[in-house]
Design a protein around this ligand. Structure first.
Ligand code: SF4
Length: 478
């Protein structure tokens, strides 16, 4: 989700630039500074309509003396194909805001919130044209007395999303909002999504200070496939040792439960519905699974839907299932920084020779293919610098590959990836214990960790868990 406030005097280049980075199904909130001219507002609305399918214009319930239902911009917003309208109103502002609408429409006292605005009436009036959401502003602590009944009315009317805009930070205000949220939870009004306004710089602070559990998920994992064709030695499920362990316990064959588990893939329709139904609060989605997400035949479609909605998408993969045509398509879904569409590539080696030690069923050719495809993605970026498929190169350390560490950092630097991730292996079973460096190898291991950190620093390469590696070394030396 993105938001933008247009000021008078804006030449709209900044808005154009923000819109150019907006994905087609991403919610984009557009609001106007009170001083902006009518012409400026019209141009901005037209730009929004042309760029995104999910634009949302924020208008005050009473804008420059005109009630929103009569506002001349409404027809323009509709003509521009913008499907969402956000109506901003003061909490309990007094009768001035309710009059014009109520004069025109019958009242539903039950549905009238304490904002003094018949929001349900406005929503009903626009029901064939827009999805309408409230944005509730308040300046004074005393206004908060009506926040709870207002939110109750919204919740009971089935309103999906409301934004709150407290206009100054204050401890007492935060406590009152927190208590309001507590009451809503106690009364099980938990379907309402309540977010602090996207136009507030400190909205995340408001969330944490008020214990806002209504704000919706921000990050999530989506497991799409448990299948993989590799057999990394450190893989709990697909390593030869992991397979043998299960077979040994089940008369020489994989247990039926394990066979079922490893074959599991997310049903495509279910996955699509899920992605489309996610609230706009989501910012980041990680595609993974017990296996490799690229063994799901529709993984690119999932990524496309997620990216079209503007979710930062990260995919944990061995990256061996790529081809140029696929990368060409993916490049079009990427953003400018390499983080918007990002691959965490479980490489586990820095040469073909080590690659096959860690993946006995592969050949050095697979390693070379993976590297070539990263280079190809980089060339796509050179040709079109506005987009970049990004990479984290991952090295899970074990006795087969730890001597690759420094060369791995140098390879990551050469490939110009966003970051390298040197990860000490997690110990979940005897399979992992058997792969730990032992005896004199341990000293060598620690020395190489230190050299890798220093090299990454010299290359200006970001190390994903640098502080953890550093802490590990500090612990060992104290
Ligand atoms: S690529 Fe991942 S899922 Fe596949 S064997 Fe290796 S660690 Fe396991």
């Amino acid at each position: 989700m993105k938001s933008y406030l247009v000021h008078e005097g804006d030449n709209l280049d900044a808005l154009k630039s923000a819109l150019s980075q907006t994905m087609p199904d991403e919610l984009f909130l557009l609001r106007f500074h009170p001083g902006l001219s009518d012409e400026g507002r019209k141009v901005a609305i037209e730009l929004l309509g042309k760029t995104t399918r999910q634009g949302c214009v924020v208008l005050d319930v009473m804008d420059r003396g005109t009630p929103v239902i009569h506002h001349p911009l409404i027809s323009l917003i509709q003509q521009a194909g913008i499907p969402n309208l956000c109506v901003a109103m003061d909490l309990n502002p007094g009768p001035a805001q309710m009059g014009p609408f109520e004069a025109l429409h019958h009242k539903h006292p039950r549905d009238r919130s304490q904002t003094g605005v018949d929001f349900e009436g406005i929503r009903g009036y626009f029901k064939d044209r827009f999805q309408v959401f409230p944005l509730v502003k308040f300046q004074e602590e005393s206004q908060l007395d009506v926040l709870y009944p207002t939110l109750m009315v919204f919740a009971d009317a089935g309103i999906r999303w409301v934004q709150l805009e407290p206009l100054f930070p204050n401890y007492d205000v935060a406590v009152k909002i927190k208590n309001t949220f507590k009451m809503l939870r106690m009364l099980q009004r938990t379907k309402l999504q309540i977010q602090f306004s996207y136009f507030l710089e400190n909205r995340r602070v408001w969330n944490s200070k008020t214990d806002n559990l209504f704000s919706g998920p921000i990050k999530l994992d989506m497991d799409v496939s448990n299948t993989c064709t590799h057999n990394c030695t450190f893989c709990t499920y697909y390593s030869d040792a992991g397979m043998e362990e299960n077979k040994k316990a089940h008369g020489g064959k994989l247990s039926p439960d394990r066979v079922k588990l490893l074959a599991a893939k997310l049903d495509t329709d279910r996955g699509m519905k899920f992605l489309k139904a996610l609230p706009d609060s989501v910012e980041f989605i990680q595609f993974g699974g017990i296996g490799d997400p690229y063994t799901h035949p529709q993984i690119d479609d999932f990524i496309q839907v997620a990216r079209n909605r503007g979710f930062t998408s990260s995919i944990l993969t061995n990256f061996s299932y790529m081809d140029h045509a696929r990368l060409d398509r993916l490049h079009r879904l990427a953003g400018p920084s390499g983080w918007e569409l990002h691959y965490v590539v479980n490489l586990a080696a820095s040469t073909g020779e080590t690659y096959v030690k860690v993946r006995p069923n592969q050949t050095p050719a697979t390693f070379e293919k993976v590297i070539r495809h990263i280079q190809y993605a980089n060339r796509l970026h050179e040709a079109d610098p506005t987009r970049r498929i990004g990479f984290t190169l991952l090295l899970v350390l074990n006795k087969y590959n730890f001597r690759d560490m420094v060369h791995f950092v140098s390879l990551a630097g050469e490939l110009g990836v966003n970051q390298a991730w040197i990860k000490p292996m997690e110990i979940h079973s005897d399979i992992h214990k058997e792969q730990l460096p032992v005896g004199s190898e341990l000293e060598e291991y620690k020395g190489l960790v230190m050299k890798s950190i220093l090299l990454a620093d010299r290359l200006g390469l970001k190390l994903h868990n640098r502080h953890l590696l550093q802490a590990m070394l500090n612990k060992e030396t104290t």
